[in-house]
Design a protein around this ligand. Structure first.
Ligand SMILES: [Zn+2]
Ligand SMILES: [Zn+2]
Length: 254
């Protein structure tokens, strides 16, 4: 069984104004590699606007849509314009406006140390303890509440690399994920779930999604690590939303 689509891929548009390239593929190149690997669909999910180093710039959206439409025609791969938005406060704020949400087909939200916090107060309260790697009871509590609130406030399709740099209570997050139809990612590079967390998530009835988080075109569809993780932890194809089948989107209209 292969994944139907890779719903977490980056392109040169993630590089923002930064000189060092964060991701190297173009939209067309990502689609071509997806086709070569037998996928039917991909999402282009650049880093959210508030990422200090590699955030997408709003002025590029129009050009991205154009390239997506061209690449769809050339490759036959369905391509979603998504974003990997940042959670920026303990209140569950995400760096997306209401208008931004209308512009994307697919919304991933994750915690990234290099995102700009909502306020200086939130930097000290929410970002700094996570950047410093604190795993006290109160850190779990604060982070979990932030994610629960984010899932309530925004139409989030996927939480990327859950638990990485942001310790959370998987039982509560999984319950909320089930309730809001939000998929929990098994990321191509960074996986924080322990064996027990997987059992907890499965028991809550939440779905996983397997994605590459590719930063170069040749890594699109490269999901050996998450597949091996799934096999090792008895995660069945049924528990994985994109295994052999198209996922349900919240934001995509076509
Ligand atoms: Zn990420
Ligand atoms: Zn990513």
């Amino acid at each position: 069984m292969v994944i139907y689509g890779d719903y977490h891929t980056h392109t040169i548009y993630s590089s923002g104004k930064h000189k060092r390239k964060h991701a190297t593929g173009s939209i067309l190149e990502n689609a071509l590699f997806a086709k070569q690997k037998g996928l039917k669909e991909i999402a282009i999910t650049e880093h959210g606007f508030s990422h200090k180093l590699y955030g997408l710039q709003r002025k590029n959206l129009e050009q991205m849509r154009k390239e997506i439409n061209e690449a769809k025609l050339k490759t036959g791969i369905n391509i979603l314009l998504g974003i990997e938005a940042n959670i920026i406060s303990s209140e569950g704020d995400v760096d997306l406006t209401l208008n931004d949400i209308k512009n994307f087909d697919f919304i991933i939200v994750g915690f990234h140390c290099f995102a700009k916090s909502k306020s200086l107060k939130e930097y000290f309260k929410f970002f700094l303890p996570n950047i410093l790697g604190f795993k006290r009871k109160k850190d779990y509590k604060r982070n979990t509440l932030a994610l629960l609130k984010a899932m309530d406030k925004y139409p989030i399709d996927v939480i990327s690399h859950p638990g990485v740099k942001m310790p959370i209570d998987f039982a509560e997050v999984a319950q909320q994920a089930k309730k809001t139809n939000t998929m929990l990612e098994i990321n191509g590079k960074r996986i924080a779930y322990k064996e027990n967390d997987v059992i907890t998530i499965k028991n809550a009835g939440a779905k996983f999604i397997i994605s590459s988080d590719a930063h170069s075109a040749n890594r699109v569809g490269e999901v050996r690590k998450p597949i091996n993780f799934a096999i090792k932890n008895n995660i069945s194809n049924n528990d994985i939303a994109n295994m052999g089948k198209r996922i349900n989107y919240k934001n995509y209209k076509n």
